[in-house]
Design a protein around this ligand. Structure first.
Ligand code: FE2
Length: 422
């Protein structure tokens, strides 16, 4: 007898199956007639492994308008505003905002998040706060912390020392921001330094890399070489990589095989970069998105990241990875049925691979975490961004939502309008 039986759902690959859960593990997947402590009817609904966000800033989330809004809409004004906010934000306030965000995420079936934590200020209150949040949400949400030198590893007065302190305090991943160092040379040096730190400590590496419209910002080249040198492979991720949209095509034809050879992954963040980038352009105005399909064609693993929700950089956001994938699909023009389906896989399996999540997936022995969506297929889920009817995290039902179809009172018309495809 299972603790929970999710009955008759359609898995992302189209298979119809029951999922039996015992404790915090998936015990069986298939046609299961067995009894259960609780049966959840998922007939006709999509049952997916949980959504995963490999790029976020939880120390800043839900702070929109503090200390004031970003008037220029640029990355640099956002960094400047955050520099003021982090000096007045208390640990309690940051914990409160972050836990509220995690509640929101759980309700959307988002159960694993990698968050970059600013390690610039000597007080490291953000690190203290996010370690507390990680402890609090651990029973239902996997939080990975990146030690992130927001103001530069070398450009900030104690940038390197504080990054090391943050790793010693318990951050899981080594971060960086080479395009924000003082010179291109110091940016490249920071990438070498950070890759060495990650290799020596046996940690993952995730660098904000070339988040600029400058076609000559080429830190991803250095990163790929260092990832290869240290054998970091898929334990390394290049976040953003926006400058690649403007690089010379011949140069890119050399660069892509080097990235593929390294085994590193990539995390574009379409919601934020479609608004932040291209702000100095007139027309044509660039889209702020790296070469997603071209990298995938080379076998490079790519996910979609959310980056920001209601903070100094981004004034909107929903904690819904389907919104992120929906924007990515549009900006990268991934409209073929196979590409749309891949966009769903990017915010589930591919993001989980990027974060190195153990026990992820809908198979016997995996962690019992899943989401039931009011949609028939992954592509329909992208089109509708539908209700999350049930979210199960580590064997417990953590969120439920009623189906939300419109009921019409029109004479001679159907009484209910379903948004789903018939
Ligand atoms: Fe970021």
């Amino acid at each position: 007898m299972f603790d929970i039986l999710v009955k008759g759902g359609t898995l992302p690959d189209g298979t119809v199956a029951d999922i039996g859960i015992t404790g915090d593990r998936i015990a069986a997947v298939g046609r299961l007639g067995a009894e259960a402590g609780r049966v959840i009817d998922a007939s006709g609904d999509l049952v997916s492994p949980p959504f995963v966000d490999p790029h976020f800033h939880m120390d800043a989330t839900l702070s929109y308008g503090l200390p004031r809004v970003n008037a220029s809409g640029t990355l640099l004004e956002g960094i400047s505003l955050w520099g003021e906010l982090r000096e007045i934000a208390t640990v309690e306030e940051m914990v409160g905002r972050a836990v509220r965000y995690c509640d929101w995420a759980v309700s959307r079936g988002l159960l694993a998040i990698r968050t970059h934590v600013d390690t610039t200020p000597d007080h490291l209150r953000g690190v203290e706060a996010m370690l507390e949040v990680k402890r609090r949400v651990a029973p239902y949400l996997d939080l990975q912390l990146v030690a992130f030198p927001q103001d530069g590893l070398y450009r900030a007065p104690n940038g390197r020392e504080n990054l090391i302190r943050a790793l010693d305090m318990g951050c899981d991943v080594v971060g960086g921001i080479p395009h924000f160092e003082r010179t291109m040379q110091e940016g490249a040096d920071s990438v070498r330094d950070l890759a060495r730190i990650a290799a020596e400590r046996g940690l993952m590496l995730d660098i904000h890399c070339d988040e600029t419209d400058d076609p000559m910002s080429r830190h991803v080249e250095t990163m790929a070489a260092e990832v290869t040198r240290h054998g970091l492979g898929a334990r390394a991720a290049g976040s953003h990589l926006t400058s690649m949209h403007s690089m010379d095509n011949y140069y890119v034809s050399k660069l892509l095989p080097l990235i593929a050879e390294s085994g590193m992954t990539a995390i574009p963040n379409p919601l934020i970069n479609i608004t932040l980038q291209g702000r100095h352009d007139t027309f044509p105005k660039r889209r702020g998105l790296t070469r997603v399909k071209e990298m995938q064609a080379m076998g490079i693993t790519i996910g979609w990241g959310q980056d920001c929700v209601l903070d100094p950089w981004y004034s909107l956001g929903t904690a819904d990875m389907l919104d992120v994938a929906f924007m990515g699909l549009h900006v990268a023009q991934m409209t073929h049925p196979a590409e749309m389906a891949r966009c769903f896989t990017m915010v589930t399996e591919h993001n989980a691979a990027i974060m190195g999540l153990a026990g992820y997936g809908l198979r016997p022995g995996a962690t019992a975490s899943l989401v039931v969506l009011d949609a028939g297929t992954p592509t329909e889920a992208l089109r509708l961004r539908p209700d999350r009817l049930c979210v199960i995290a580590k064997g417990r039902v953590v969120s439920e939502q009623a189906r939300n179809d419109a009921r019409l009172g029109l004479p001679g018309r159907p009484a209910t309008v379903r948004r789903r495809h018939p």
